[in-house]
Design a binder for this molecule. Structure first.
Ligand SMILES: CC(C)(COP(=O)(O)OP(=O)(O)OC[C@H]1O[C@@H](n2cnc3c(N)ncnc32)[C@H](O)[C@@H]1OP(=O)(O)O)[C@@H](O)C(=O)NCCC(=O)NCCS
Length: 180
């Protein structure tokens, strides 16, 4: 079952809008990461068929939500989503990519805080998970800032070590209050 609620969430500097097929045309023009360890973050959207396939894999369902990250002046900056949403346990898993031309400008940090707030306050989730490559210091900094803590680590099929992290709603709220 596909959900197209058209949800829009406003952050401090970004706006998150539920993924639309038309977003893929802008996303296809994003500059690519050159770093070998970030090749996975380059989306393969060269053809209409690629874009249809990516949209099919990423559009919202009962246990998955995907948003495009927009600047206030209407540029598509990145993509952020929740997968493995389980309302029985009140949990989900976060994933995010900011395009290579807009990293390290505060966009990712704001998008992460904005989506987490929506997940906890809007969707009623209580726990957020993610995993991040051990050497991905920029991402880890963003996750530390909103309160994620390490609960373990695992070796991926690519041979890379991933840090498993969790964020509980109460901690997020407490940390957000401390930053105001
Ligand atoms: C990870 C990602 C989402 C972060 O978004 P962003 O917009 O680049 O991040 P921000 O600018 O909001 O914040 C980056 C923070 O990391 C810090 N930072 C930047 N480069 C860093 C580095 N090499 N080492 C340590 N910290 C670094 C910045 O100073 C900033 O922290 P501060 O706000 O406390 O100063 C984005 O870089 C991205 O999409 N990268 C490629 C894909 C990816 O790694 N996704 C996450 C997979 S788990």
């Amino acid at each position: 079952m596909v959900l197209t609620e058209g949800v829009e969430i406003t952050g401090q500097i970004v706006v998150l809008r539920e993924l639309r097929r038309s977003d893929l045309d802008a996303m296809a023009t994003w500059p690519r990461f050159v770093e070998p360890e970030l090749q996975w973050a380059n989306l393969d959207l060269a053809t209409e068929r690629d874009r249809d396939a990516w949209y099919e894999r990423n559009q919202g369902t009962l246990n998955r939500r995907r948003f495009t990250i927009w600047s206030r002046d209407g540029r598509a900056l990145g993509t952020i989503g929740l997968r493995n949403i389980d309302f029985r346990y009140g949990e989900g898993t976060l994933g995010i990519i900011i395009n290579a031309g807009d990293v390290s400008r505060g966009v990712g940090g704001d998008a992460i805080a904005t989506l987490i707030r929506y997940a906890f306050e809007g969707l009623g989730l209580r726990k957020m998970y993610l995993d991040v490559a051990e050497g991905n210091d920029r991402a880890r900094r963003c996750y530390d800032r909103v309160g994620f803590t390490q609960i373990g680590q695992h070796r991926g099929t690519d041979g890379i070590t991933y840090i498993d992290m969790v964020l509980h709603r109460d901690r997020f709220i407490a940390m957000s209050a401390g930053q105001n």
